[in-house]
Design a protein around this ligand. Sequence first.
Ligand code: BGC
Length: 925
Amino acid sequence: MKKYTLDWNTYTELARTAVAEGAVLLKNDKETLPIAPGATVAVFGRSQFNYYKSGTGSGGMVNVSYVTSPLDALKECADLQVNESLLKVYEEWVEKNPFDKGEGWAGEPWSQVEMAVTDSLVEEAASASDVALILIGRTAGEDRDNTADPGSYLLTDIEEELIKKVTKAFAKTVVILNVGNIIDMKWATDYSPSAILYSWQGGMEGGSGLVDVLTGKITPSGKLPDTIARSIDAYPSTKNFGDADKGIYQEDIYVGYRYFETFAKGQVLYPFGFGLSYTDFAHEVVKAAEDGGVITLEVAVRNAGKRSGKEVVQVYVEKPQGALGNPARALVAFEKTMLLEAGERETLVFKIPVTEFASYDDSGATGHKSSYVLEVGTYRLHVGTDVRSASPAFDYTVDALRVIETLSENMAPVEPFARMKATLGEEGYELAYEDVPLRTIDVKERCANELPADRAYTGDRGFRLADVHHGKVELDVFLDQLTDEDLACIVRGQGMNSPRVTPGTAGAFGGVSDDLEAWGIPAACCADGPSGIRMDIGTKAFSLPNGTLLASTFNLSLMEDLFEMTGLELRKNRVDTLLGPGMNIHRNPLNGRNFEYFSEDPHLTGRMAIAQLRGMHRVGVTGTLKHFSANNQEFHRHDIDSVVSERALREIYLKGFEMAVKEGEARSIMTTYGAVNGVWTAGLYDQNTRILRGEWGFDGIVMTDWWAKINREGEAANKYDTASMVRSQNDLYMVISQPDANPFEDNTIASLAEGELTRAELLRSAANICRFILQAPVMERTLGLHDGAVEVIGQGEASEEDLDFDVAYQHVDDGGSISLRDVDTSTGSTHVFAISIDQPGMYEVTVTARSHAGELAQMPVTLFANNTPSATFTFNGSGGELVTQSAQVFFLNQHNYLSLFFALGGLEVEDMTFKLSDSFHMKNV
Ligand code: BGC
């Protein structure tokens, strides 16, 4: 039996290194950084305490045993002194102005009130310190985008005043951005701080990695994964962002630097790929040649400075304009050096197939519609350390048009609009517009002609899934035994908090009913993702740096090593697939979930995802690529329709997914809440079958996002059209509390009867699901090949905490109660328990308790439902009398984890009753 060991120290070290390597140094005048040993630092900004480890929503809900804040790390650093009198002022202020958590889901403010500083405070600090650090914090996340307002994308007046006063009083000021996403940077020009560092959101090791950079223990080597423009209005997508129904992708393929480098160079403050170091690097292309359609570039990098460091060499292609038009630059390769000591050299070798330069013709302008082509002309490779400064290194000439790959029209828009196009004029690139090519195919008819062949139902022939594993029987033969009801059930995922899998996780799939389990199909487990494992029962997990930070490292081997650790942690927690990496393109800086995603560039996105998958695959678990595709806005995410050309989809929005499927061997994908060109992606056949499986060869599972909608073209979307979902080969509807009871009244069975869906299509999805499960750790455990145990060594609570996989649910009827008589209610204690209810909905929850304290005593008890603070019952002393406190609490699930936190001891709790006040019909939502 294979033995798995997770070394928590290695995990911590890798994450800390990633934080340091992901920090992007934008400016470093007057040798401000690194801070010399022995220096005193004056730290401004409340993020020194209230560090944002990640953004909000499902991607941020990792329960941690600690988060190292910047202040914690500075205090631990023996080489630096923190200006204590300034710290005291902040401590007192923070105590009076506590961190505002906001209320509920997507209810957190995107920034916190900051302390206004006086001139005298700043001057006093300056007289007693060598350098000032100003921390600016921002969060954002699921269900709520950033706004171009102070406190979100812009600085607040207080923050601006802070930067103004501190930069005036201190010769050396470092502005550190603890943000999920790029923010407006006008202040950098206005107040000119001597150093600026984007340190993003670094997870639980965030403060430590940051201080490693500040002290020079690690030389920064992070590079911008996004262009920082002069204003939000400079981004070409801004004017089409934030609509409730429709997002028109007028900018087409001109996203991020593809737009700026072509049409608006002057609008860029910091270019894509840019990031400074504490040392100097020189690079030189020592070989450039083409052979058999592969260009080899050898780039010698020399550390010409005085400190050790790493450098990232980036290769961009400048294509001829041809009939299609192309951006001035597109990233086609990058490599990061190893750690180079002063004077040391490394030669990076790039092998770039010229097929990588192909553009997709969605109009037929080249005479080859629906093909990737190389148009005639010179393909110039630029090599450098950011997109702007990269210089010509090699020309590859195409003499006659070459068709690289002939595909077919898929996902094309139906709604006319004008899209951007580049043309080459006398003065260089010019911005033009052209009509977007519209769909010419009858997709419904095409899909009907491609249905899988019927197969006969055989009834039970005695085969179980293990027999497929042992090679005794083909998967199809095994599945032919399942009834229609079994098949209708297997396409339903169970959650959240399925009692069949790891407590507190997002979902189970496969053996989600007793009947399916009887076929030997186990229930596989998925958990959010992407920046650590979310377990709502409160189980602690490792909180990773956010996606944008990881992309900024440009370090693929680090990514593989880090995600091998995450893979082991997934195994330890019996999770088969992480719900990540998040792969959507940073189309606009205001997207609330950008922090989960990597970059504005598809190549960087794809390579990062491949590396993360490879890391997890080393230990037999995997990740779920999400959200497929064009999930670029949180506002109205269930209903927004992305209106976008087929070319932009293929070259920008699908590209990273394509790379992760083809090279990263992805086995699981999540679709989006919204629609692309009028069809909700959970039922988008062109995407989920024709492109993903037909063109890319994917044979894994596709799952919906949680409680997603599905539609038929031209019709309204709903949550029960599983027939359209299965037809598209989105295999799993996520999630339902009791799959065999069909609480959403989905239309799978009815559609079989009506001829709207075939059994063969259901079998096809069942095969996708079982194929996934056959390769997953849950199957190893079911077969007894591995007991699932992962030995955890090293420091940290993870090694001590043993997960209880068998939480007992107490069933409560409407109006029923559970006893809490023996619960420890002393100060700071927590009581965790689990309940199952018949009907999700709003409940009146009543706690009965007594206290012998006087009537002015306050004893708050907070109820967390599935780890979300849901109600606080504040009891006063009752002189020993039993009293009740009630609150309305919403239970979305049938299975729920609850915990009670006793902020102050002195209560004797009797029981808790649950009365349904308003039931919740998912189908009608
Ligand atoms: C998010 C997904 C997430 C899922 C499960 C949804 O709200 O969009 O990214 O994986 O919830 O938590």
